[in-house]
Design a protein around this ligand. Structure first.
Ligand code: FES
Length: 108
């Protein structure tokens, strides 16, 4: 595998809909901030952040998922990026307070 971590950040925009969408919140700002901080940390050859479509976590958004762990983060703001980069991506400790706890009883 080329990358140690791969981060997919939802930028889906759902215009003219009552449903929330990450792209209308701060999806692209999150992509830019992740890319910037990963580059500044000199990790852009081993960690890749990129935009993604809907991650099916809209109600918890703005959301992102980090592989290979498969950990979903939600309610993100650009202020949270530093903590995810420093704690999760560099130290290997997922940021518990931002992890989405999916309701296992719901359909999606
Ligand atoms: S719109 Fe972002 S997870 Fe669905």
């Amino acid at each position: 595998m080329k990358y140690r971590h791969h981060i997919f950040i939802c930028i889906n925009e759902r215009k003219n809909s009552e449903r929330k969408s990450c792209g209308e919140a701060c999806g692209m700002e999150l992509v830019s901030e992740f890319k910037k901080q990963i580059k500044e940390a000199g990790l852009n050859t081993v960690i890749r952040a990129q935009r993604a479509g809907c991650l099916d976590a809209c109600d918890y958004g703005p959301s992102a998922v980090i592989y290979p762990e498969g950990i979903f983060y939600g309610g993100l703001t650009t202020a949270d990026v530093t903590e995810i980069v420093q704690q999760h991506l560099i130290k290997g400790k997922p940021v518990e307070r931002l992890i989405i706890r999916f309701d296992k009883t719901s359909a999606s």
